[in-house]
Design a binder for this molecule. Sequence first.
Ligand SMILES: Nc1ncnc2c1ncn2[C@@H]1O[C@H](COP(=O)(O)OP(=O)(O)OP(=O)(O)O)[C@@H](O)[C@H]1O
Ligand SMILES: Cc1ncc(COP(=O)(O)O)c(N)n1
Length: 573
Amino acid sequence: MTRHSSAAIPRVLSIAGTDPTGGAGIQADLKSIAALGGYGMAVVTALVAQNTRGVRSVHVPPAAFLREQLDAVSDDVEIDAVKIGMLANAELAGVVSEWLAATRPPLVVLDPVIVATSGDRLLRPDGEATVRRLCGQADLVTPNLAELGVLVGEPTASEWAGALEQGARLARSSGATVLVKGGHLAGPTAPDALVWVHDGAGHRLEVAGERIATRNTHGTGCSLSSAMATLGVLGSGGRAVTGDDDAPDDHHATAGQAATRDRGLAGDRVAAGTRRDAGADGSRWLPALRDAKAWLSDALRAADALQVGRGNGPIDHSHATRRAPAAERARVGASGLPADAHEAVAADASCRDMSAAPDAAIALADAPLSAALWRETATARAAIDELAFVRGLGDGTLDRGDFEAYLAQDVLYLGEYARVLARASQLAPTPEEQIFWATSAAASLAEEARLHHERLQHRPAAAPSATTLAYVNHLHAVAAHGDYAELVAALLPCFWVYTDLGTRLATRRHPAHPFDDWLASYADPAFALATEQAIGFVDAAAHASAPARVEAMRTAFLRSVDHEHAFFAQPFP
Ligand SMILES: Nc1ncnc2c1ncn2[C@@H]1O[C@H](COP(=O)(O)OP(=O)(O)OP(=O)(O)O)[C@@H](O)[C@H]1O
Ligand SMILES: Cc1ncc(COP(=O)(O)O)c(N)n1
């Protein structure tokens, strides 16, 4: 492929092995690329049966098939950057080297994966020499301390200073910029440094970092290198590199080496697939490293909440877009809404436009149940999005008769939902919760009356469908147990699924949309606030409950989500 035109969204190809638990390898690469704004593509070198505790076995497909995969991508797609990870053996490393020479991608980041954190080898010893040579075809090489030692043929450095010296030796021998990583150092810091040689002189820029106390660091190297490839294309905002703000006094990039980049780092390459005579200008990577490290640190901070696996779990690549845990949401919801939100609640509240007690205290749980339940219902919620009824609501193609038939069932549901909300109020342990659920019950009845009056007067009264009956029977059955925690868990999906759906449907609004007013009511911030409060109360109830009761809460919540799905999926004659 010779033609290259730059796209606004970096097209980044990962060439790496797999991790079925999603924390490392190609899965981590794709998540990182997406999180940082790129479009991820993936060519698999090896299939690895591994989890957070270690590697069980490795299956390496034929080398010729690796080349077929690579050609399939490069024959069709303009690639902005390549990230190379696990190469398994010399033969595969050789295939990638040949493909790089033929294809000349504008930016190449090599993470020379040799040994996993678990201690298992991911590169056969016969591949080390080839990977060493491959460094000469990369713009950036990102070895951890052990890999750095192997690449320079020395024992693993135990001190940062020694690692930097080894990085300088690798930079000199390869011509690439070396990102020396301090993740494996002992001590309270986790520094990283860019090391390169330019016109024969060695240079270094260091980015400091605090060590985050977590054992969930699986895949940090894969994630960082993919982030660097993506941000390298973007130029990490295209900021000018001043070259000396992070540099240690004794050893820093000079102003002469600093560069203002138009877009990304691709211009730094003399010819991809060849060694550069003058060497790289490594300072160009500094903005990308700063941004990648900040992102990675947040992903490490969020890692423990994921609860994936029993070994060294993954980082949370999606921390920035993921809904914050319930406690956090409750806090933001309570403080981040317009001051008039509470009045809006009082004026127009229902099960869907759920009311709230304005001064309700948000009880914060240590480990929110709600976040786990939300994750557990991701598939069911995605299925709701895909329903013909919901899609028709969003794009406005839903038959009006069907819409009214739905509203007729909703009215019937709201009447019964109000009774169950009232029961929650009766069982509530605090006055705040008592008020919240009672206010919600009243609002639910108000919405029932409003819908009836404004939208359904011309229709004969409907009988409850089997689906509507099943949902309200489930709620009444849980109410009959008399367990407040279980009951509020059963009530929550009606708040939450509708808020979530409503927020997304609201983006489809336009003045001519046939259901515009209805969509507007679901995007009401007061409705979102009420949902945040309900989530906070459910988490507080879980916090105060024994494990068996929490399990009952979970079951009640999951069943309600299933009923929400069935409610939207039912035929509306
Ligand atoms: N506990 C931590 N706190 C903060 N940053 C960390 C921590 N562990 C690793 N990092 C950072 O993660 C990145 C990857 O570094 P590391 O040295 O762990 O690479 P690696 O061993 O290749 O990763 P992997 O775990 O995928 O093999 C670096 O930016 C490093 O500073
Ligand atoms: C396919 C693949 N590539 C890379 C790693 C290294 O990651 P870690 O050192 O965190 O196990 C891995 N475990 N699996």
